[in-house]
Ligand binder design. Structure first.
Ligand code: ATP
Length: 764
């Protein structure tokens, strides 16, 4: 780029920065003023507010005056919040106001227009924008097209412009470091630079280098289901985080971050991505794992953890049972079973009072089925509760006259009496009235647990109901079609019953259990949630997705995944896509395929995609690095030494290292081996840990979605990986590496690597 352009742009930049600084000065003043104002309102509160409670109109005056002060205070606080938010954006812009410029000509306009694009918009006068937000409609042109005619979407429809120039900047602390013009979508040069950076414990935003395909994902507003299938490292996660920021901008005022929820594979991942939105000036959305989503609703049960799910090796019958439970057929069976409960088979518990049934199961059943068949389950339950509460209220009178109440009143001591009177001395006409007052209070207290049990549905016997559902499955589903016999199923049901007794439940059963419960109580679903994002969709089952859809009926779904990265090899994902397509309206479904992989060097991507049998579609981004190294050592000790040598090499080269093992047990072995040699490493055993600086040892299922400068695959021996269905797991592990990949094995290399051409790696 010529010096004159650089000079010209630096001058322009200086001008913009001066204006931003002026705005900062003004905004700081505004923020200070709003802050002092609200403080002084607070201080003057007692002086200003006239407290007069002697007359009715005096009380009204006081209330109005308090209300006025409160209103003033909240207005000031709002303007203070607004001013300090504004200030934050401006401070960010001061360092790096923008990253791109486009010149274009809009049909019907006399002259060309030039705009600069940055993290937020900035104008010096109301209609004069010096910087456009990257999410503004026109900014799309920068990401979408080459030079020439390009169209872009606005809330009013499609517009077309003739793009004449696209210029990119790297700006650091107010100085232009590089500037170049490009006629490609986003020049490779800038992307190369971004991708060459080291990994971090926190993911970063990608707004200056969003790719065309990713831009489609980010700006989609039409689809009810947006399904993104993308290779490892193709930027699925990056794209959806920018998508959340985009949606919050596009629907500002109508959409808040609390109406957006993201389901992520594990807690470490949540932690990894939690800086992206704040970096973009937005609040984080709600983030949860599926485990957390279910676990919070059944705190008394041990729900199967990620580790248990990953490590459960199953025989062929259990595999078939899992496949069945994961399916939509099973989801429909729960729905059908619940419909049947409208006419029979609801299981209740006695509601007990003083060791006797206040309402027996039979009585409750009578009430429940006393309503006509048009009642839906939820309404039936509500009506039953109402009837039970009514009968509870009418019970108060008879209990007041009971022997136990009389005795209870007589044995009240002074302190108890004080409590019952609520601290205020009471005058009674006669002792009979006083007795009745006290007895009534005592009876209401004594009946409170029954009232709570009614209000909280404790008269439902949900465990027995669930087991009854399981026993009914052979009538609801053709087991033979699932390759199962009645006896297989019965044995399985007995296992579930035994584990429920121990308060333990598998993740599959948890979903069905909760869905059944929701259908029975007519759960008020979370209608407020507008966007649901699910990352690593291949690790979900069709049942879970259907259940999430049932929970968020008004939300639009964005699902991201890579069918090549299904790590739960005991579960089949092949049918997931087919089942998914039946859940959403085809007209409102959009599928986007991302084939280019940005995370890893060309050498690493070329190697890892060969692990898969159908990996041809994955395209490497041209970023050069070393060939992956495969190192097979004859013993554990020598293999540990090899890992050690690699760790110190990586450290010398400034590459942060993750050692990824298959399971926690493998990770423990290598950690111990290394510690015995005096190495310091952090072992990540559970998803509640945080990623630490330095070398980390991580089991495969917790490394999902993450990336590291250098990865050492621990023990890729044949003994460890030999089943065909473990290819995807090995692929997932290897594809975590950005710049360097070392595969260490003991005795014999895994046969899953046999098919890789020897020119794609180095043996040592
Ligand atoms: N347009 C882009 N500009 C700069 N960096 C990008 C871009 N797209 C992706 N990346 C980077 O590539 C890496 C991989 O992206 P990301 O983690 O989003 O991929 P993914 O598809 O979710 O991968 P996986 O399925 O393996 O978890 C990240 O470091 C991300 O910042």
């Amino acid at each position: 780029m010529t010096d004159s352009i650089q000079k010209y742009e630096q001058k322009h930049l200086d001008g913009v920065i001066t204006k931003v600084q002026e705005a900062i000065a003004k905004s700081s003043k505004d923020a200070k003023k709003a802050e002092t104002d609200s403080k002084s309102i607070d201080k003057n509160f007692s002086n200003e507010v006239r407290i007069n409670t002697s007359t009715y109109s005096g009380m009204m005056d006081t209330a109005i005056s308090v209300r006025q002060q409160q209103q003033l205070l909240s207005e000031r606080q709002n303007s203070w919040q607004h001013a300090s938010q504004q200030l934050n954006v401006l401070k960010r812009l001061e360092k790096r106001p923008y990253f791109a410029r486009i010149d274009f000509h809009e049909a019907g306009e006399k002259s060309d227009e030039t705009i600069y694009i940055g993290l937020g918009s900035f104008s010096d006068t109301p209609d004069h924008f010096l910087i456009y937000d990257w999410r503004a409609p026109i900014s799309s042109v920068y990401y979408d097209g080459e030079l020439g005619n390009v169209s872009y979407e606005t809330p009013d429809g499609t517009q077309e412009v003739d793009v004449k120039l696209k210029r990119q900047f790297t700006i650091e602390d107010g100085k232009i470091v590089t500037v170049f013009d490009t006629n490609e979508t986003i020049g490779d040069q800038m992307l190369l630079k971004a991708l060459g950076n080291s990994s971090d414990t926190k993911m970063k935003s990608i707004v200056s280098t969003i790719q065309k395909e990713q831009n489609k994902i980010i700006r989609d507003t039409h689809s009810d289901l947006l399904f993104v299938q993308g290779a490892a490292g193709s930027g699925k996660t990056a794209a959806i985080l920018q998508r959340v920021a985009y949606l919050l901008y596009r629907y500002r005022g109508n959409l808040t971050a609390s109406q957006v929820i993201m389901f992520s594979p594990n807690q470490i991942f949540n932690d990894y991505v939690d800086q992206v939105l704040p970096e973009l000036g937005e609040h984080n959305m709600v983030q949860m794992t599926y485990y957390q989503f279910t676990k919070r609703r059944i705190p008394n049960m041990e729900v199967e953890t990620l580790q248990q799910r990953f490590e459960s090796r199953t025989d062929s019958v259990s595999k078939k049972i899992r496949t069945l439970e994961n399916s939509l057929v099973y989801f429909d069976a729960v729905t059908k079973y619940a419909e049947h409960l409208g006419s029979a088979d609801m299981k209740f518990r006695n509601l007990m009072f003083h060791d006797k049934p206040f309402a027996s199961q039979e009585k409750i059943q009578g009430i429940y089925y006393g309503y006509n068949e048009n009642y839906r389950l939820g309404n039936r339950l509500d009506a039953t509760k109402e009837a039970l509460l009514k009968s509870l209220n009418s019970r108060i009178g008879s209990e007041v006259r009971s022997k136990w109440a009389e005795q209870a009143v007589q044995s009240l001591n002074h302190e108890d009496l004080e409590k019952l009177y609520g601290g205020e001395p009471k005058e009674f006409d006669d002792s009979d009235k006083e007795f009745k007052f006290l007895a009534r209070k005592l009876v209401i207290q004594a009946l409170q647990p029954v009232r709570n049990a009614i209000v909280h549905n404790r008269f439902l016997n949900i465990n027995a109901q669930y087991v009854h559902f399981l026993r009914s499955v052979p009538h609801l589903i053709n087991l033979e079609k699932a390759g199962l016999t009645q006896a297989d199923w019965q044995t399985y049901v007995e296992e579930v019953v035994a584990s429920l007794k121990n308060h333990a439940i598998s993740l599959n059963n948890t979903s069905a259990y909760l869905y059944l419960y929701d259908l029975i109580v007519g759960k008020k679903d979370e209608r407020d949630m507008r966007y649901v994002f699910i990352d690593e969709i291949q690790d979900y089952t069709a049942f879970q997705l259907a259940y999430l859809k049932y929970n968020y009926p008004r939300a639009k779904f964005t699902l991201l995944g890579d069918l090549n990265q299904s790590i739960y090899s005991n579960e089949s994902t092949s049918t997931l896509l087919a089942e998914l397509s039946t859940m959403f309206d085809k007209e409102k479904t959009r599928v986007i395929q991302l084939e280019k992989s940005y995370r890893s060097t060309q050498q690493i991507t070329d190697f890892t995609k060969e692990i898969l049998k159908n990996g041809e579609a994955i395209e490497a981004f041209h970023r050069e690095g070393d060939l992956p190294v495969v190192s097979v050592k004859p013993s554990f000790d020598l293999a540990v030494k090899r890992v050690q040598a690699q760790m110190s090499q990586n450290q010398k080269d400034g590459e942060s290292t993750a050692i990824i093992g298959k399971s926690v047990a493998e990770c423990q072995k290598i950690t111990e081996g290394l510690r015995n040699q005096g190495e310091r490493v952090t072992l990540i055993k559970t998803e509640n840990q945080r990623l630490a600086e330095g070398v980390v040892v991580v089991p495969s299922y917790l490394a999902k979605g993450l990336e590291f400068d250098a990865v050492i695959v621990w023990d890729a021996s044949d003994a460890m990986y030999h089943d065909e269905d473990e290819r995807q797991l090995l692929y997932t592990i290897c594809s975590r590496a950005m710049h360097r990949l070392t595969i260490v094995a003991t005795e014999k290399m895994s046969r899953l690597l046999d098919r890789i051409d020897s020119s794609l790696y180095k043996l040592d």
